[in-house]
Design a binder for this molecule. Structure first.
Ligand SMILES: NC(=O)c1ccc[n+]([C@@H]2O[C@H](COP(=O)([O-])OP(=O)(O)OC[C@H]3O[C@@H](n4cnc5c(N)ncnc54)[C@H](O)[C@@H]3O)[C@@H](O)[C@H]2O)c1
Ligand SMILES: O[C@H]1[C@H](O)[C@@H](O)[C@H](O)[C@@H](O)[C@H]1O
Length: 338
């Protein structure tokens, strides 16, 4: 079966996912697109054979020729589309974040549980990255002993000078590490603290960049996350778990290390598209395969909700400057198979 996909939001990642669905992966075809920028939607459709443009996301979801929906619009718009896809009984891949508040994620959970079918997958692609999987294997196998700490760095070369707020450093960027550590350690974050170091002059005046986020896991594992969103030199994602008897770190990602003239050098990825290109491929193929067989896979709406609860606690910690306890609702049995 070829899964006929409709894409809502055809900006950077929407177009990148369309490229992989069309030219890299198997079993799917992009048959419809929409965007609040109709010119952009038309340009993207023109590059696809026979894809139609819908005026709205709601209209695209109702299209009988669309089997499954991919949401890649701005975070705050995800909720309405995910809810509409659930109502239409169609599988939906939603880019992170699932929604930008705990309340919005709760509405999605309630709707999916009421529908009786697992329809939502959230785009937390780092779980599909070979290097993160290697670190997780070392943790799970006991190769480094009981885990005690994790150090993370999330460095973007730059973010747009307008529109990217300090809060988005949490909701849009740190949300990756929030999901990642829940997956890495198989437990929940119970408290969060956000520290504001000296501000970089490279970001916009109202952006407090960098930030340090401290996440306390239920077992006592402490995670520190450096968020530097105007680091300049490239897209650099780092992670190291410290255990009682060893450490496990993400490897450098350069394809080659060149040694010459008494020096060594290697490339740093330009952006997330380059760094996680394989992870996105594996993640979306996994989704397409699950949709084709009527199953479900990957990070669930519960994972999206759990990350949003922590992200909300981080925002509170950012506002108040204090350690903030995370409390989540009881996990419905519906999500125990994740
Ligand atoms: N997993 C990842 O690593 C990753 C990487 C980049 C972006 N993202 C996520 O993907 C989403 C899009 O990010 P982006 O970088 O592509 O942004 P972008 O601004 O490049 O693209 C977003 C597109 O959505 C459109 N849009 C906005 N509101 C809409 C609405 N209500 N209906 C239809 N279209 C709408 C915009 O016009 C734009 O074309 C965000 O949620 C972001 O967090 C995830
Ligand atoms: O939306 C992007 C994307 O999620 C990237 O993976 C992340 O590194 C950026 O910080 C964020 O702004």
């Amino acid at each position: 079966m070829t899964v006929r996909v409709g894409v809502i939001g055809v900006g950077m990642i929407g177009q990148d996912h369309i490229r992989r669905l069309t030219h890299v992966l198997s079993g799917s075809q992009v048959v419809a697109v929409t965007d609040v920028d109709p010119t952009r939607a038309q340009e993207v459709a023109d590059g696809l054979q026979g894809a139609r443009v819908h005026a709205t996301g709601q209209e695209l979801i109702r299209d009988d020729d669309v089997d499954a929906v991919l949401v890649a619009s701005w975070g705050a718009t995800h909720e309405e589309y995910v809810l509409a896809a659930i109502e239409a009984g169609k599988p939906v891949f939603c880019e992170k974040p699932l929604a930008t508040t705990e309340e919005a994620c709760q509405r999605i959970l309630d709707a999916e549980v009421a529908s009786g079918r697992r329809l939502v997958m959230v785009g937390f692609m780092r779980r599909y990255d070979a290097s993160y999987q290697g670190v997780k294997s070392a943790v799970d196998d006991g190769a480094i002993g009981t885990p005690l700490l994790m150090h993370c760095a999330h460095r973007n070369p730059s973010v747009p000078p307008y529109g990217f707020t300090t809060e988005m450093m949490i909701t849009d960027s740190a949300i990756h590490e929030i999901d990642l550590v829940r997956w890495m350690f198989g437990e929940e974050v119970v408290a969060a603290t956000v520290l504001k170091p000296r501000r970089s002059s490279k970001g916009s005046d109202d952006l407090h960049d960098p930030l340090i986020v401290l996440l306390e896991m239920g077992s006592g594992v402490l995670v520190d996350v450096e968020l530097s969103l105007n680091i300049g030199y490239g897209y650099d994602i780092r992670g190291e778990v410290v255990g009682e008897s060893g450490t496990a770190s993400l490897a450098e990602t350069a394809a080659a290390m060149v040694k010459s003239d008494g020096r060594f050098s290697g490339g740093v990825p330009a952006d997330w598209r380059e760094r996680f290109i394989r992870a996105y491929d594996v993640e979306l193929q996994d989704w397409i395969d699950a949709v084709a067989t009527g199953g479900f896979t990957g990070p669930s709406a519960w994972d999206g909700y759990a990350a949003a609860v922590v992200s909300d606690a981080c925002l509170e910690a950012l506002r108040t400057g204090t350690r903030t306890v995370v409390s989540q609702r009881e996990r419905p049995d519906f999500y125990t198979k994740s």
